[in-house]
Each structure stands twice: as C-alpha cells, then as structure tokens.
Ligand binder design. Sequence first.
Ligand code: PMP
Length: 354
Amino acid sequence: MKKHNFSAGPCILPQEVFQEASQAILDFNDSGLSILEISHRSPAFVSVMEEARSLALELLGLKNKDYKALFLQGGASTQFLMAAYNLLEKKAAYLNTGTWSTKAIKEAKLFGEVVEVASSKDKNFNYIPKFFSVPDDADYFHCTSNNTIFGTQIKEFPSTSKPLVCDMSSDIFSRELDFSKFDLIYAGAQKNMGPAGTTLVVVKEDILGKVSREIPSMMNYSTHIGKDSMFNTPAVYAVYVSMLTLRWIKAKGGIKAMEDLNNKKAELIYAEIDRNPLFRGFAAKEDRSPMNATFNLTDESHKETFDKLWKDAGVNGLNGHRSVGGYRASMYNALSLESVQVVVDCMQELERKI
Ligand code: PMP
C-alpha cells in the first residue's frame, strides 16, 4: 500500500533520490566501490562536496556573490551556538517565535546580552509578532523563518541594517525569497534537503572576524571556509544525498517550482481546515506555514475515529507535536498534492461518518 508521509523531519525525500542513493551504497559512479568506503579526500567525494555547495548557492541565487556554503555537522542546534560564537560581541537581537528560537536564545546568552525584540509566547506561539524594532547597537538580528512545531512562517522579514541571521531549517528551498538580504542562513538537512547528519550554512564572509574572543577551530566559520568545508571528515553520505536532492530541485525547475506546488498543497489542506466544522486551524491565518499545517479537532471525542481513518489510508506522521496537540501535516517539497488530497478525503470522510 502506498504510504503518504507527513513526517515533520526526518521526512519524505524524492523517490528518485532514494533510488540513486541506494545504488551508490553498492557501487558509486561505476567505481566498484561504495560511497561509504571511499576517502572523503578522494576526487570523487571532493566533487560531491563541491557540487553540493555550488548547487545550494545557485538555487538560492547567491552564486558569484560574497557568500560561502558549508555542510557542517551537529545539526541546526549547533548553529544556535556557533552563530553567537562567531557574531556576538556585546548584544544580539532575537525574535522569539517558538521552541527553536527559544533554544537559539538560550545558547546566545552564553556569549553576551540578548534582547528579545518580540515574542509570541503569550499565545503559545500561534502567530508571528509584527511590530518590533531591532536595537541600533545589536551585533545582529536572529529569527526562525518557519516554526516547524507551531506551523507559522515569517512572510516579511524586517528590514534592518544589522546582519540578518536566519534559521531556515524547515523551509529552505521551499519558497522564493531575496536571499541576498540575509547574512547567515542555516538549516538542518533533514527536511527539504536530505537526510539528518549535515547542516547547510550559507554565510556572507564580510560579517566574520569581528568578535574579539578566540573561537575554537571547529566552531569557527572561517576555519570551515578556509578548508572548503573539509576541515574534518564531513558527513559524506548525508552530503551526497543532499547533493542528489539539490540536483532534483534544480531539475524540477528550482525553488519557484517547489513554491508553486507547496502553495497548491497548502491551499488544499487549509481550505478543508477552514471549511470542515470538525477541525480548527492552530496558527493565525496570515502566518500559516505552507510547510507545516497545524490543526485540532473541535471535538476530541472524534480522535479515535479520525486516527483510524488516516492510518488506514496509509498516512504516516500526522500526529501533532506534544506542545500543540492535534495534528500537523508536514508537506515538504517531495510530498505530492495527491498525498494531501488523501488527508483531505479522510477529513471529509469523518464528517460523513458522524
Ligand atoms: N530549527 C528548526 C526550525 C527545526 O525545525 C529544528 C528541528 N527540527 C531545529 C532547528 C533543530 O535541528 P537539529 O535537530 O538538526 O539540531
């Protein structure tokens, strides 16, 4: 039976990528060797790393600009720390839109003063705060573009003269933005880009080298830039599968094509959430994320019936995060419109049944 994978991350990746990635374990590029057993310094892998770095910049429209792409380890959570390590001299400004922003703030506080410019905690993070200003003396401004758990997304980024740092873990490569507005972007691979184990960092070089502290080599972006993202052994397989996924995005028409389909999927599910009296959306309408749609039953007594309906239909990973409850449909790039229709059919079937 076909599975419809709405998992929040790690999550669905394109079938074509799985096919090619599995073949490379047995025989990488007809070399007679597995991708898992070759040196990361071999020309074959170095070219994988270079292609992955180059494709990431190309898709974001940042190639031939002053940006470098890195594939690092330690997840986006290490970037909470590393961003502050490299950029925070005295004071940083953070927008708090949920669990991940809160964690980023906690790490930054280890390095200096953190000003929370606004927070949506008062409503369990179901909206994006809009009216705030970034202090003039902040070293940078940090935000989370898409809040995976609460299902909200920043639609308009504040214009600030300060370096703009953004955790794009759960919506990178899903929508067109002017990425040149950002000075540091980071994203764990395990949503739109590839398997868990590597994190994309895109950094504008001129924001580096401005803090007075000594930065340990592994925590220093300049170390990794200087070594072309090969300072130490990278997560070779995760980078390889990310490269295949980036190739797939490019072949499908780039971020624009991803965005068009993502908007169709989002329209389909949100229209049903709004129409069907048995469901209620969690996030404020204007801040809804096309990546993660969060919704609850209006009457919890239907939970057992609804859960059986979607599970029987082959749907996986629809349960909401414990801090929101209810349901979360994560609709990353590789998820088809047809899979979203299956969930919508289940929602309509519930209405017919009761
Ligand atoms: N930021 C966001 C927006 C996330 O969704 C996640 C995890 N899903 C993280 C950060 C943490 O990522 P990691 O598990 O790679 O450290």
